[in-house]
Each structure stands twice: as C-alpha cells, then as structure tokens.
Design a binder for this molecule. Sequence first.
Ligand code: NAP
Length: 293
Amino acid sequence: MNLVTGATGLNGKAIMREFARQGHEVRALVRDADRASVAGLDGLAGVELVAGDMRRADTLGAALDGIERVLMISTAADDMTETQCRFIDACRQAGVAHVVKFSGAESNIGYDATKFRFTRMHEEVERYLEAAGMAWTHLRPSQFMQVYLRDAPTIAAEGAFYLALGETELSPVDVEDIAKVAFRLLRDGGHAGESLDMTGPQALTMSDIAALMSRAIGKPVRYVDITPAQRRRNLLASGVPADFVDALDEQLAERLRRPKSRVHLATHDMFGVRPTPFVEFARRHAAMFRGEG
Ligand SMILES: NC(=O)c1ccc[n+]([C@@H]2O[C@H](COP(=O)([O-])OP(=O)(O)OC[C@H]3O[C@@H](n4cnc5c(N)ncnc54)[C@H](OP(=O)(O)O)[C@@H]3O)[C@@H](O)[C@H]2O)c1
C-alpha cells in the first residue's frame, strides 16, 4: 500500500483523483475529517482516509502501518522543513521502504535556490531524506499553472492581471501532469536516488500567458506590469500573510535577475505523460476566468 500526505491540498487532491480514475487503492493522510470532506476525498473509490499529523509520530501509527512507498507533500510555510524532517523520522521508524519528496525547482536558468526560502527548505529536506537510510526520489515541479487561478477574479472583472515580472519567462506545469507522474511513480516504484524535475512545455512571458488566456476564453486578457512594491501592496491588501509575501518577494527578485526559463520534459517523457500546454489548461478553467463559476 502507498500513502500520500497533503491529500487535501492542490496536488494531493489531483493525485487522489488520479488513483481513483485508475481504480488503484491508496491511503491518504488527513489532519481534519471536515477538510477531507470539503476536498471531496471521502467520496473517492479506493481512497482510504487515515488521520494523523506529520509532525507527531505518535499520531502516525495507523497511517504508516504496512506502507511501502510514501509521497510526502506539505504546505509551503515556515515550518515546512521541521514538518517534513519529523515525518521522515516517523517513516524510517515505521519501516517505510521508499519516500518520494514532493519538492520544487524554479525553471529560470541560473536561478539560485538559496535565495528563496522555499527552494532553500526543499534542498535542506532533500539532504535530510538522502541521509535517512530509505530509498528516496525527489519530484521537483516548477511553478504550477494553477497559480494563475488566483488572478481569475481580476481577469473576469477587468480582463487584466497584474504582476511584476516584466519580460521574465516562466515554464509553468499543470498539476494534472504532476498527478499522473506521481501516480505512476507510486504504483510502479523504482527511480530510487533520482531527482525528477518537471516544467510545462513552453517558456512564457506574462504577455504570452495573457495572449493564450485570451485565445482560450474567447475574450481579451491584458497583462499589466506593475512594480514589485505595488505587487507587495496588492498581496497584503488581499490578505496574504506578511511572511508569505516576504517569501514571494525573494522569489520575484531572483526571477527578475534570471529572466530566461528552461523547458524540461524528461520526466513527462519517462512516465509517458503528455505535457499539457497552457492554452489547454486555460480552456479547462475558462468558466472561472470568465467569471462564470
Ligand atoms: N506554488 C507552486 O507553484 C509550487 C511549485 C513547486 C513546488 N511547490 C511546493 O508544493 C508544496 C505544496 O503543495 P500543494 O500546493 O499541493 O499543497 P497545499 O495545497 O498547500 O496543501 C498542503 C497540504 O499539506 C497538509 N499538511 C500541512 N501540514 C501538515 C501536517 N503537519 N500534517 C498533515 N498534513 C499537513 C495540508 O493539510 P490540511 O488540509 O490539514 O492543512 C494540505 O493537505 C510545497 O512544498 C511547495 O513548496 C509549489
């Protein structure tokens, strides 16, 4: 049996849906039964929900019992390193054979991972896992396409989205592609000692993204370039916590220094997953970008 943590989150939900679609059983770690229900996990065939907290080994006995492989996902927050390292300790104690770390790698060429706290934390956890004595694999997606769903309200209301990326390119990847890779990796095993980077199929400036959105939703979408300070004010005004805004500022500064983005599809190819182009992602969410749902 395999276990996925972070099952109520963006990627966890997509991975659970993929297991259900494929008719394959999986165990999902959840902290809160209500959140699992809101996430739609309790209705999914073959998904066994087990309660536990990744930071507390004493709550993980039932979740880790009989588990061969684990996909470890948790929130990008200041406690991510501590949460994941304590969970790795619990996996080792429970006799788990293989831990797949859901990590992250920026796609910008020359990006210094130490300049952004979350890529820095991912690197720390990767080193910790490598030394823990179990088989390991790092799954390292770049920016998720789903990040642009945050801009759906202004796109629907004004036909515009506001970021401070100038002409910087990014190569966002569809969470549905990541879910397919994660499913196959957990089902089949292997790939121990490998780091699997994943980007989407195109390096895109924000103007490119606006053009693709316009085409997908059938109405004009503009990219409006604002200053980093304006973006910071917008994020704070929309209720994003200050420490998370600080992290996003670090990421933005390094992205602006490294404006070219690479495309890396070796992981898609290895697992036989077709890379979803941005226009297809936008078409799938067209109702939301048009403000219809
Ligand atoms: N944003 C990007 O573009 C991007 C790109 C590459 C990589 N990443 C990485 O992706 C990861 C986040 O993935 P996501 O967006 O799919 O997750 P998410 O939507 O933020 O959800 C996080 C999940 O972790 C669970 N969790 C957190 N702490 C826990 C604990 N102590 N015990 C049990 N469960 C716990 C949460 O459970 P609850 O529901 O109980 O809170 C939730 O299910 C981060 O590591 C981030 O750095 C992000």
